[in-house]
Design a protein around this ligand. Structure first.
Ligand code: PEP
Ligand code: MG
Length: 874
């Protein structure tokens, strides 16, 4: 029989797969001799068995749990019905990868009408006992029976108002008993069910509910967002309760060993006196900073500081620790590597390397390459801020970055507005895991309650979304959809600007700019470059973009898309003249004008990149992309070209293609209109000659032909282009060392790579087209159904964003192998979007490609991903 249950003392930190992160770390802390309340963990496998077998709880599993329960009773000397030593349990989820707040928890499990009285006698605190009972009723009702917590919360608020009670802890025992009675009535009214009085029945039901919570909507969305596989399952941790809500010498809190927002090496956290764990996370009461504990309970504080230092050294990373104090005794309930902002992640990685706790390699491996995007987040323009009207400065800077958008008060509206193209800011009293769908799509999140570790703060930091939490000056009415602030009122749809780095909120749209880089970012980039084997190039053609990529140290340009140069109005008209005229002379003249423009374009590119490599891709899109489509535009162009509307419309109809991203484009344009590519090749060479003469700059252009699928295409075009270039070089008495290569964007090209390689100096995989052509998905509108495919599990991820290793990846593997069998040193790169995706970069690195090329802002992401891949393959 497979073992499904493990005592904490049987496990260790390496067992995350089976025990989940929380379970493995509870086991590890137990092993280290830290004060962890005893308990056991039901494995993730048990969860998957349960979910795969039609949610059936097997008698074997029940028996195994019973055995461990008995052991726990024996070693703790407690039991559910011992009037002197009553055992209460917490039941918590815990998957391999942490999914904060996404799955369910039940606390105080085991209480019933009978033993609650014993608890009151033992603790001599009746209100404490009944407070535990009403919490159990609420959590159990929500988690196990699916009774919305608003029924319980609503009644509690109503009761407190009616009896003029301000905070929960002021409720008397008699009042709590009345609340308990009402809560039990809610069970009957909503579910026609009694609250189970048998603690064992409660336990099994709670375990089942936690298993099932693996598949609740918010957990599924979270997994999709963080690419966590669906088949891992959650473990269930069953642990003796300790009570943070047992008076003023008790409390509960969460602390990070370093500041998760800034990375500062100083204990950072919050706690609440006389409270249970969920009170801190839910953000209903605003907690105190951990530093206050130093005065309130100096010994406990000192102990906590020592334990947190020990844990950080042991795990060699910043820890996020949950603790509870029961009558001045400290217990640790969880430790894990703390989630952090990109900014702090970089600082912490560098600091830990410098403190000798991590090697450089480990420092790099600890980072999520994508988090660089947060580091390069926009900030408000100083000048614009001076003009802006303040909504509030009272908020907590919960997750950095700046953003503007229109106010929405609920997740559904936020989603709906974003779907219709709006940018939104989600404004709520507090968020709960149900809001995840709205939080994902929002530019920023603002809450009026809750601290730095509230749900909103934790989730926003994880997503890299800017967030201001606990902004107590705001009176948010989610029902009436208004928010009052000291100087006015805002309603749904009003635009605000939110600064998650300092907590300020402004009325209206404040202009944004990109944030400065910092020393930690620079250090990580320097280390990454030491380790990366792949070269990183950029996809860019404008001076600005090229400068951005160079600032990030890109090794030149992997793709300059020349069609982007044709869209300025004065150029577009020449392009249209070339495409639409039937007079050879007019076409020739148009091309000559374009040639002049292109020479200037290439001069700009080459002089900006200086000696760095540049791949210029010759014209690629279908010609109809350059022609007008609306009647009024056609009429205007006809006028400009001095021809009849009907003639022009007729020519446009001829060019029309149903499936525009296939068809007459790429090198096929040059097979039918060779003069186009010859003009571009000429422009490239002439600009190189002129830079050689004017600036003594030696450029070695890499000329790239797109969408080749047959050897004949390449041989013919190569011959024509080479001849044309030779002719110019002879005429100019100049020497320019250029190379001529091809993109590999068609499955057929992959399969005949051993033939194509003979006529090409280099290959560059155009993975956008290769993915489109392999799947037969049109890249222009696949987004419409790809999400459905992912939801239904047909696709694991969007193959336009992350390489499909089995299909597209296999084609690339075949092509590389075939090409390198003929030319072992063939230069091969990637210039599709996948060139900036960390997982895909690892794949390309392992295939031994020479470079990846991506948009300039992804260059740093690519460097870190390339370094990580190289470190992993060491
Ligand atoms: C590609 O297809 O991957 C590519 C880089 O070219 P484009 O996106 O311009 O078609
Ligand atoms: Mg392409």
């Amino acid at each position: 029989m497979t073992k499904r249950v493990y005592r904490f003392k049987e496990g260790n930190a390496e067992m995350k797969e089976i025990l989940g992160g929380k379970g493995a770390n509870l086991a590890e802390m137990t092993r280290l001799g830290l004060p962890v309340p005893d308990g056991f963990t039901i494995s993730t496998e048990a969860c998957m068995d349960y979910l795969n077998n039609g949610q059936a709880f097997t008698s074997e599993l029940k028996k195994e749990i019973e055995t461990y329960l008995e052991q726990l009773e024996l070693s703790s000397g407690k039991s559910f019905d011992d009037p002197e030593n009553i055992m209460l349990l917490s039941v918590r989820s815990g998957a391999k990868f942490s999914m904060p707040g996404m799955m369910d928890t039940v606390l105080n499990l085991g209480l019933n009408d009978e033993n609650v009285k014993h608890l009151a006698t033992i603790t001599q605190d009746e209100s404490f006992a009944y407070d535990c009972y009403r919490r159990l009723l609420q959590m159990f009702g929500d988690v196990v029976f699916g009774i919305d917590t608003s029924h319980f919360e609503g009644y509690l608020d109503f009761y407190k108002q009616k009896h003029s009670v301000l905070v929960d802890s002021d409720l008397t025992a008699e009042q709590l008993k009345e609340i308990v009675t009402e809560y039990k009535r809610i069970y009957l009214e909503i579910k026609k069910l009694e609250f189970p009085q048998d603690p064992r029945e409660q336990l099994f039901a709670a375990v089942e509910a936690v298993f099932s919570s693996w598949n609740n909507e918010r957990a599924k969305i979270y997994r999709q967002l963080h690419r966590i596989p669906d088949n891992l399952g959650t473990a269930v941790n069953i642990q003796l309760m300790v009570f943070g809500n047992s008076g003023n010498q008790s409390g509960t809190g969460v602390a990070f060993t370093r500041n998760p927002s800034t990375g500062e090496n100083k204990l950072f956290g919050e706690y609440l006196i006389n409270a249970q764990g969920e009170d801190v996370v839910a953000g209903i009461r605003t907690p105190l900073p951990i530093a206050n504990l130093k005065e309130a309970m100096p010994e406990v504080y000192q102990q906590f500081v020592e334990m947190s230092e020990l844990l950080e050294k042991h795990y060699r990373d910043m820890q996020d620790i949950e603790f509870t104090i029961e009558n001045k005794k400290l217990y640790l309930l969880q430790t894990r590597n703390g989630k952090r902002t990109a900014h702090s992640a970089f600082k912490i990685a560098v600091d830990l390397v410098e403190e000798g706790l991590k090697t450089k390699e480990e420092g790099i491996m600890s980072l999520d390459p994508q988090s660089v995007n947060q580091l390069l987040h926009p900030v408000f323009v100083e000048e614009a801020l001076k003009e802006a009207d303040l909504v509030s400065k009272a908020g907590l800077p919960a997750s950095p970055g700046s953003a503007t958008g229109r106010i929405c008060f609920d997740a559904a509206t936020a989603k709906e507005w974003v779907d219709r193209g709006e940018k939104v800011v989600l404004v709520r009293q507090e968020t709960s895991p149900e809001d995840i769908g709205g939080m994902v799509v929002s530019e920023a999140i603002v809450t009026s309650r809750g601290g730095m570790t509230s749900h909103a703060a934790v989730v926003a930091r994880g997503m890299g979304t800017c967030c201001v939490a606990g902004c107590s000056e705001l009176e948010i009415d989610e029902f009436l959809k208004v928010v009052k602030y000291p100087n006015g009122t805002l309603t749904e749809g009003d635009v605000i600007s939110v600064d998650g780095t300092n907590g300020d909120i402004y009325v209206g749209h404040v202009e944004l700019t990109l944030s400065e880089k910092n020393e930690y970012f620079e250090q990580i980039m320097a280390w990454s470059k030491e380790f990366a084997r792949l070269e990183i190039r950029m996809n860019a053609e404008t001076e600005n973009d090229i400068k951005t990529g160079i600032a990030f140290d890109a090794n030149g340009i992997g793709l300059a898309r020349t069609e982007h140069m044709f869209f300025a109005p004065e150029r577009l008209i020449e392009m249209r003249r070339f495409i639409l005229s039937d007079s050879t002379l007019a076409r020739k003249e148009a091309l000559e004008t374009i040639l002049e423009y292109q020479i200037e374009d290439f001069k700009t590119i080459f002089s900006t990149t200086q000696e760095k490599a540049v791949v210029v891709r010759l014209l690629d899109p279908p010609l109809h992309e350059f022609v007008p489509s609306k009647q009024a535009d056609v009429e205007r162009v006809a006028k400009e070209m001095d021809i009849r509307y009907e003639v022009l419309q007729q020519r446009i109809n001829e060019l029309h293609e149903i499936n525009p991203m296939l068809g007459h484009r790429g090198c096929r344009l040059a097979i039918t209109y060779p003069e186009l590519y010859l003009m571009q090749a000429e422009a490239i060479i002439r600009s190189a000659i002129s830079l050689q003469r004017e600036m003594k700059l030696d450029v070695n252009p890499e000329i790239m032909i797109p969408l080749v699928g047959m050897t004949g295409e390449l041989t013919i075009l190569k011959e024509k282009i080479n001849q044309h270039i030779q002719h110019i070089l002879e005429e100019e008495k100049a020497t320019i060392a250029y190379t001529l290569g091809t993109m590999i964007e068609l499955p057929r090209a992959c399969l005949i790579a051993d033939e194509l390689v003979k006529d090409a100096d280099f290959f560059s995989f155009g993975t956008n087209d290769l993915t489109q052509m392999t799947y037969g998905f049109s890249r222009d509108d696949a987004a419409k159904y790809i999400n459905q495919y992912i939801t239904d599990g047909i696709l694991p991820v969007d193959p336009f964003q992350t390489i499909d290793e089995e299909g597209v990846g296999e084609l690339i593997r075949i092509a590389v192998k075939k090409a390198r069998t003929i030319k072992p040193k063939m230069k091969i790169g990637v210039c599709g979007e996948l060139g900036g995706d960390p997982e895909s970069i690892a794949f390309f690195d392992k295939l031994g490609l020479d470079y990846v090329s991506c948009s300039p802002y992804r260059v740093p992401v690519a460097y870190i991903a390339a370094a990580q891949s190289a470190i992993q393959s060491k």
